[in-house]
Design a protein around this ligand. Sequence first.
Ligand code: COA
Length: 255
Amino acid sequence: MSNDILIHTEAGVMTITLNRPERKNSITSAMYGAMADALAAAQADVAIRVVVLQGHETIFSAGNDIGDFLNKPPAGMDSPVFRFLRGIAAFPKPLVAAVCGPAVGVGTTMLLHCDLVYAGDNAAFSMPFVNLGLCPEAASSLLLPQMLGYHRAAEALLLGEPFMAEAALEVGLVNRVVAPTEANNLAQSVAKKLAAKPMTSLVETKRLMKKGQQQLVAQQMDEEGASFGRMLGEPAAREAFGAFMAKRKPDFSKV
Ligand code: COA
């Protein structure tokens, strides 16, 4: 059993920790599967009231494992990555995230589905899908323009360059910026506070805030997923992944 995802439950709070620091917490298919299963278990268990998602003080996640993209691309909408994305988007209980260091690709887009996000001042958010010959996922092509406004979303998604914690705070992607040593602790203390509140009220409040969007989010995710799956096998992405593995600059002049 791999330790790449750690699950710890205490006093009504389930904590899911990305724990693959030697690969910058990049996420493999098995890790998506473990997180999807953990979310499903948390949803079903009345004793679990809040879920916290966290990484390490120096790295949240380098996004999808690029070796997996090359060798084991997700096969269809029941694949672990889509199970995880659908699970996080529809998760009915409060979700709190603590983010430090780079949060690349899905490392950023999963945060759009968290209710409260606390960032270390070293957090660097980026969504370099275009730079990888891909397109956005996790309904980020819908949710980011809503959150950031079209032009800032276009900058984030078309250029794919990192923006830091303070900029994320300004646009409302994170709730608070603290020292990296404090982010996980802050997420835990907020989760404890939430866990002491009436569950029925938390769940109903979240449902009411999200209900206008739920179906749109699911539809956008499906459409993105179909495009993403197709683009994974196309020349631009193959060139980008090959370049990453060979530690060279990609050449998109022919795609
Ligand atoms: N998939 C697979 N391996 C990855 C990875 C990923 N997404 N991100 C990092 N790694 C590996 C590196 O290849 C490297 O392996 P090596 O030790 O065998 O050379 C190791 O993790 C450390 O990464 P490195 O790039 O040296 O760390 P860094 O601190 O200089 O940079 C990042 C950290 C996250 C900025 C950088 O690794 C990065 O940009 N990763 C790719 C992100 C990406 O494009 N993700 C896909 C999004 S859809």
